[in-house]
Design a protein around this ligand. Structure first.
Ligand code: SF4
Ligand code: SF4
Length: 109
């Protein structure tokens, strides 16, 4: 193995070949924003709830893409649906709709 001067701990390693993509495919049908997000973090930087909790749309989307669905659910549990993140998204993603879609999808499981 090449020595990059750093390494990933086993718990932070994600084997994308083994990730179950069903949630991503299902959610993309409900809101394509899950695929068009560029993980810029503007939503997280402007989040009203982020001051008080670990709320992060960016991390929630990445968590779903990486198969960490429970983490995504946790990250959005304190969202107040104020819509501020929607106003700053450079990709024009309707983050409120995407958040609701993610919450609804995982609450139904
Ligand atoms: S602002 Fe939009 S593109 Fe940027 S991380 Fe948030 S959802 Fe993704
Ligand atoms: S809608 Fe939710 S995630 Fe977006 S800024 Fe408001 S509290 Fe944060």
């Amino acid at each position: 193995m090449i020595d990059f001067g750093f390494y990933l701990t086993p718990s932070s390693t994600i084997d994308l070949d083994k990730v179950d993509r069903k949630a991503v495919d299902d959610l993309a049908r409900a809101d394509s924003g899950i695929r068009t997000c560029i993980a810029c973090g503007s939503c997280t930087a402007s989040c009203t709830a982020g001051v008080f909790a670990d709320t992060s749309v960016r991390q929630a989307i990445l968590s779903v893409l990486n198969g960490r669905n429970e983490k995504a659910r946790e990250l959005l549990s304190s969202c107040m649906l104020c819509g501020k993140c929607m106003m700053v998204c450079p990709r024009g993603i309707n983050t409120r709709h995407l958040i609701l879609s993610i919450q609804k999808y995982f609450d139904g499981q």
